[in-house]
Design a protein around this ligand. Structure first.
Ligand code: SF4
Length: 142
């Protein structure tokens, strides 16, 4: 790590996008913001409210036709080098909704996904592990 990188070293900001989730994954994600045992602040990061401030984006849900354009637009607003995490089986493959008409298919058909956290919904421990992987990737890309 260069001298300048050390000076400007900082913690990553996390941002959540709901791409049509049943909310099961979002409930598990919420535990990583408010239950001390699983709190992402233990990894040195925090959630933020704007995609423009984000470094790591966590996407839940099967990417429905209704929200696809908004999801892609929000994702574009996140500055590079962003890291994308698919949380739950829905953004990975469509999950239980994959045969549904208003489903646009796996998230990685539309944008690059760096980390997959399978499960329906994944346990908080798995989400934390996925975030730790994303932080490692983000640190390398900076
Ligand atoms: S993976 Fe399961 S819990 Fe998560 S959004 Fe899909 S159906 Fe809901």
């Amino acid at each position: 790590m260069s001298f300048m990188q050390k000076i400007f070293r900082r913690s990553p900001w996390l941002y959540r996008i709901n791409a049509g989730s049943c909310n099961g994954c979002d409930v598990e994600l919420a535990t990583t913001a408010c239950i001390p045992r699983y709190d992402v602040e233990r990894l040195g990061c925090q959630y933020c409210g704007s995609p423009k401030h984000a470094d790591i984006v966590l996407v839940t849900g099967p990417l429905t036709a209704r929200v696809k354009d908004k999801v892609l637009r929000l994702w574009e607003e996140i500055p590079d080098p962003k890291v994308t995490v698919a949380v739950g089986i829905c953004p990975i493959s469509g999950g239980v909704f994959r045969e549904g008409l208003p489903i646009e298919g796996a998230l990685d058909r539309h944008l690059p996904v760096d980390v997959n956290v399978p499960g329906c919904p994944p346990r908080p421990q798995a989400i934390i592990e996925g975030i730790a992987q994303a932080i490692a990737i983000w640190s390398e890309r900076r």
